[in-house]
Design a protein around this ligand. Structure first.
Ligand SMILES: Cc1ncc(COP(=O)(O)O)c(C=O)c1O
Length: 481
């Protein structure tokens, strides 16, 4: 005889769920948190959950949000609804097609959902959007209010910045590409990390650069190699991602930043510091502020030094297409002059919204952190469950894990997975020379239910590969971000 059904009141459930703020993906955040609680046993299977109506009332949420969250939980098999007994927590039966490959689990793109709270900002700002209709509606430098908001944030974080040191772009990628095309000449040597961010490699190469590499692992940089390369090769530029590096998740220690900045200053190497991922800390014990603090300490007032790339894509939402370059005012003027060859400016509509968002970052970022924390835990649990022989170091921030496989085969695995509807980017894509067959970048940005289903599918594909059946499928390059 089964025992009496345990019942969870709305109040008890909300205590377990934690802070519930309104926002764009509120239903998804609620569903993900409940799913995680069920998966890790804090809500035992069989527990009767509060009714949708009760939960909505006690949480002060719209009924639609709670109904959508329960629907998502039902679809993933974490809630079963029985007439007469309400909604019961459940563990999906093995093989339950939750987050099915046929729905296309996406491990190719490290694209998080819109940050919680963005919807309200949109609603609030929309009334003021008409102001964007006053002028031409786009501009090369960026509107004054947004540049001031970005500059203020740097200043608050320890790097005194004025609005004339900021140029607004259409995302971080645009900022990298514009920087490369403006400051590099054909055949210039540029030092890049390996592994590193592939679209930066492409932008730098397209600007004529010859790439040389310095190694990074999940434990961080080989700083002596990096310093030695700068001193010996005297590259025109070095492109680095010092916070929550894509794909390893590593962060460069503050004392090493100072040494790198000094070595670059000594030989005239421009540091292109990509801080697109810098606001994605989950539980890193320290925050050293913007990297360029070191550049400025080492070369006060110098025209060369550090060009910082920023973006709202990962911390807020990729759909905004808002990024920026922070550099010396003279460098910003050069960027403005060079820009029309590629595009004629950033739309005002996005910029109006952007100003409000940048000013709200101190409230938005903790929400982003909580989402990443839950998703990282879900991916880690799924890997431990389905692929225990893979080595998956736990990053303290960022959007992905740089996973070491138990044998080389990343590209072949990607082909098998693709044939089964699972998008993946093989390790070698993150290298300049085709290495890293033993590695895979796994983003934890998909919905939590999809993460477990995706890793299960990954494990099945890995198994299939070891049985060496013919693939019968030609690989294409998935879109990766
Ligand atoms: C390190 C890094 N820089 C830049 C970008 C591009 O960002 P955006 O979407 O703002 O163009 C990405 C996106 O994945 C990234 O990981």
């Amino acid at each position: 005889m089964p025992g009496p059904v345990r019942r969870l009141s709305a109040r008890e459930l909300l205590v377990l769920v934690g802070d519930l703020r309104p926002g764009t993906s509120a239903y998804r955040a609620l569903a993900d948190r409940i799913r995680l609680l069920i998966t890790d046993g804090r809500i035992p299977a069989g527990t009767r959950l509060p009714s949708e109506r009760e939960l909505a009332a006690v949480a002060g949420r719209s009924r639609t949000t709670v109904v959508a969250a329960y629907r998502s939980l039902r679809e993933s098999g974490h809630v079963v609804t029985r007439h007469g007994s309400g909604s019961l927590a459940a563990l999906p039966a093995p093989g339950t097609p939750q987050g099915r490959p046929d729905r296309g689990v996406d491990f190719a793109r490290a694209v998080p959902p819109p940050v919680e709270g963005l919807e309200e900002i949109l609603a609030e700002v929309s009334a003021r959007m008409v102001r964007a209709l006053e002028g031409p509606g786009f501009d090369l430098l960026g509107n004054e209010a947004l540049r001031q908001a970005i500059a203020d944030r740097y200043t608050v974080r320890g790097l005194a910045t004025s609005a004339d040191q900021v140029l607004v772009t259409m995302g971080g990628q645009h900022a990298i590409s514009l920087t490369a095309h403006t400051f590099l000449s054909r055949s210039d040597l540029v030092l890049v990390e390996s592994p590193g961010y592939p679209h930066a490699y492409e932008a730098l190469r397209r600007a004529g650069a010859r790439l040389v590499t310095t190694p990074v692992t999940t434990d961080g940089w080989d700083v002596e190699h990096l310093l030695g390369s700068i001193r010996r090769l005297r590259p025109a530029a070095a492109y680095l991602i010092p916070d929550f590096h894509n794909p390893t998740g590593a962060s460069m220690r503050p004392q090493d930043r100072a040494r790198v900045a000094e070595a670059a200053r000594a030989v005239g190497t421009v540091l292109i510091i990509d801080e697109t991922t810098a606001d994605l800390g989950i539980d890193r014990a320290w925050d050293d502020g913007p990297f360029a603090r070191h550049g400025h300490a080492a070369s006060p007032g110098s025209g060369s030094g550090v060009v910082t790339i920023g973006s709202l894509s990962k911390s807020v939402w990729g759909g905004l297409r808002l990024g920026w370059v922070r550099a010396d005012a003279s460098a910003v003027r050069r960027l403005v002059q060079a820009r029309p060859a590629g595009d004629l400016g950033t739309p005002q509509l996005e910029q109006l919204l952007g100003e409000r968002i940048v000013r709200a970052l101190p409230e938005l970022l903790p929400r982003r952190r909580e989402l990443l924390r839950a998703h990282r835990a879900a991916l880690s649990a799924a890997l431990a469950r389905h692929l225990p022989r893979w080595h998956a170091p736990w990053p303290d921030g960022g959007l992905s894990m740089w996973v070491q496989l138990d044998r080389p085969g990343s590209s072949a695995l990607t082909s098998v997975c693709e044939a089964r509807g699972l998008s993946l980017v093989a390790g070698p894509r993150f290298s300049v020379d085709g290495t890293f067959e033993r590695f895979l970048r796994l983003p934890f940005t998909s919905p939590v239910a999809d993460l477990d289903a995706g890793v299960r599918s990954l494990a099945e594909s890995w198994e299939l590969l070891s049985s060496r059946r013919p693939l019968g499928h030609r690989s294409r390059m998935p879109e990766m971000v």
